[in-house]
Ligand binder design. Sequence first.
Ligand SMILES: NC(=O)c1ccc[n+]([C@@H]2O[C@H](COP(=O)([O-])OP(=O)(O)OC[C@H]3O[C@@H](n4cnc5c(N)ncnc54)[C@H](OP(=O)(O)O)[C@@H]3O)[C@@H](O)[C@H]2O)c1
Length: 276
Amino acid sequence: MTNACVIGWPIKHSRSPMIHNYWLAQHGIEGRYEKVAVEPADLSDFLKNLAQNGYRGCNVTVPHKEAAFALADVVHDEAIAVQAANTFWLEGGQLHADNTDIYGFLAHLEQSAPNWHKGQSVTVLGAGGAARAIAYGLSHSGAASEVRLCNRTLARAQALQASFKEHNVSVVDWQQRHEALAGCALVVNTTSLGMEGSPSLDLSLAALPASAVVADIVYVPLETPLLAQARQKGCRTVDGLGMLLHQAVPGFERWFGVRPQVTKELRDLVVADLGE
Ligand SMILES: NC(=O)c1ccc[n+]([C@@H]2O[C@H](COP(=O)([O-])OP(=O)(O)OC[C@H]3O[C@@H](n4cnc5c(N)ncnc54)[C@H](OP(=O)(O)O)[C@@H]3O)[C@@H](O)[C@H]2O)c1
């Protein structure tokens, strides 16, 4: 029997077990995917003892993504690029780490808005861990000709820009976020604004072309105030839940040897659990 898990602190609200256990049942694979609360002080020991504890690998979530990255024996390209990892597996006695948030965001965007206008400018709001993955993915893959990074704390956006080798990432002052949308094919909210219990993102979409796609990686609620505003303007919208579902695909394949599909049935299951 093969087992995997997700670790975080806290971990109670993780939907990852629901996703992976759905795929295990769907493919008739004998195995379990569990959630384990791991305090920051215990992270190193937990990862060292993965195999002894019966795990083939694990997902790592807040607050461990950066610290766990530093503990891996082999770090794959996308984790190096964003200096954080969320997917770990044992191979040849070594602990491998990769970042699947980049894949998750891009795969979901491609599935939800396949003919979005690639190769043009995009604006990414935020400069935290998720922004790092998404800005890198859009810039490095060539999906965007230019990534405009816009964050409340300017210095954080500047530090993010400086960390990229890609030269098509620019920084825009937070006060200029409304105007920054002019000529963009895509705008992505990676801040926590719009999340249940947080204030909404104050963003005018007036300058954004009606042909643009608006994506939000917040998924509680599924339709954030930003996405509702975009829908009213006639823009295509991409919600945050698909990123969560798609980022799980590469990990499942590593641990259990089958590449799973993100189906409507799986999405409906998670939506029901979110109470939407
Ligand atoms: N859908 C998915 O699969 C997925 C994956 C990862 C994350 N997420 C969600 O994405 C969000 C960000 O995650 P993260 O890991 O990047 O978090 P993070 O590293 O803590 O970054 C938070 C970002 O939000 C900004 N922010 C927070 N409060 C703000 C406010 N009042 N006004 C303006 N900006 C504000 C921060 O700006 P400052 O730098 O100025 O503080 C920063 O850019 C969370 O809601 C998380 O749940 C979703």
